[in-house]
Design a protein around this ligand. Structure first.
Ligand SMILES: C[S@@+](CC[C@H](N)C(=O)[O-])C[C@H]1O[C@@H](n2cnc3c(N)ncnc32)[C@H](O)[C@@H]1O
Length: 337
């Protein structure tokens, strides 16, 4: 801009980002990408298949074209872009849309309370947020939406952990707070010698067993029901805490890591994976945004840096701590006993 004035472009882009975000969330809700994975469609056919009115349709679909999520040919046929085809077709095992279904159903409106959460320091999910898991699991539909969103949110990190961690040096794994078991499934699929399973609240037994069966791993992976505040964790060579520590306050994180230490066999390892906050607290915003999400959802939760996690691990007794990136946004902190 002339006259030495800074350009306001980025302010407008960030301030309007919610619009583009909601277009993607609505497209997932309407199953646009599953429909288009069957065949290319012109606008009239696409309108019919996803069940919307003509008025907003062209702007809606062409926004997705402009965002490079959809493609439109010169003769007006819409198709999925390569990312949408791979990750947003509901029938593919690589579908991650369940995470965005959860954002669409709850997260999007919850973030409207951010100012209130900042003013009060209190979560914005109702009266007793720490009972959130019990509440969610009391309703079978909410439970399924939740566990599917967990799998969608951890699938890429789980695949990376399966590929990167030296599983050949270990025999057993227990994933603490496993939801439907995404992490142990990815590890067991990639490493046929690995046995173990997932530990979680008893209400998740059926969801876990169904997911294990769908992947042909019944017998190799087991569900360990329990409340990690009340019982010891099952013993294993490798104990994993995936997106668990950020739900709780500092004291609870220390308690969980200490229980993890007791459960890891001598010579074994612990893995914590999260969207870590960078040490400089500026080079990427994903960890800080994830942490604000914990402000909205929990009483004491927050995200943290790799160095903070390493310090808690060391206090718990672990050694040889190292941090490895997994996906663009997630990393794992590994330590040995
Ligand atoms: C944020 S989810 C993470 C799920 C999974 N690890 C992932 O990354 O997708 C937290 C998990 O911790 C489990 N959890 C919460 N409180 C628990 C408790 N007291 N004992 C055992 N598991 C618990 C929840 O049921 C849920 O599956």
């Amino acid at each position: 801009m002339s006259g030495g004035m800074p350009s306001p472009t980025r302010i407008f882009q960030i301030g309007c980002a919610f619009r583009a975000s909601k277009v993607l969330l609505s497209a997932i809700e309407l199953d646009v990408f599953t429909v288009l994975s069957e065949q290319p469609l012109d606008i009239a056919a696409l309108i019919r298949r996803v069940g919307i009115q003509e008025r907003g349709a062209r702007d809606f679909f062409d926004t997705l074209v402009g965002l490079e999520i959809l493609r439109r040919s010169d003769d007006g046929l819409y198709t999925n872009g390569s990312e949408a085809e791979f990750y947003l077709d509901r029938r593919k095992p690589t579908y991650v849309g369940s995470l965005f279904e959860q954002y669409n159903a709850i997260g999007y409106s919850l973030w409207n309370s951010l100012t209130q959460a900042l003013r009060t320091g209190a979560p914005q999910v109702g009266e007793a947020p720490e009972d959130h898991f019990a509440d969610t699991y009391g309703d079978p539909v909410r439970m399924l939406t939740f566990v599917k969103s967990m799998t969608a949110g951890s699938l890429l990190a789980a695949k990376a952990i399966a590929a990167q961690f030296p599983w050949q040096d270990y025999q057993t794994v227990i994933d603490v707070g496993t939801a439907e078991g995404c992490l142990p499934v990815e590890v067991a699929l990639a490493h046929p010698h690995i046995r173990g399973g997932g530990f979680d609240l008893p209400q998740l037994r059926d969801a876990f067993n169904t997911y294990i069966e769908e992947h042909g791993l019944t017998g190799r992976l087991q569900f360990y029901p329990g409340n990690f505040f009340e019982t010891a964790l099952p013993a294993a060579d490798v104990i994993v805490f995936g997106r668990i520590l950020h739900n709780w306050d500092l004291e609870t994180r220390r308690t969980l890591l200490s229980k993890g230490y007791d459960a890891v066999r001598d010579g074994g390892a612990v893995i914590v994976y999260e969207t870590l906050i960078p040490e400089d607290r500026r080079s990427s915003t994903a960890g800080m945004l994830a942490s604000l999400n914990m402000l909205l959802w929990t009483v004491g939760g927050s995200d943290f840096t790799g160095a903070q996690c390493a310090e808690w691990m060391q206090e718990a007794g672990f050694r040889e701590i190292r941090i490895e990136p997994l996906t663009t946004e997630e990393s794992m902190v590994i330590a040995k006993k």
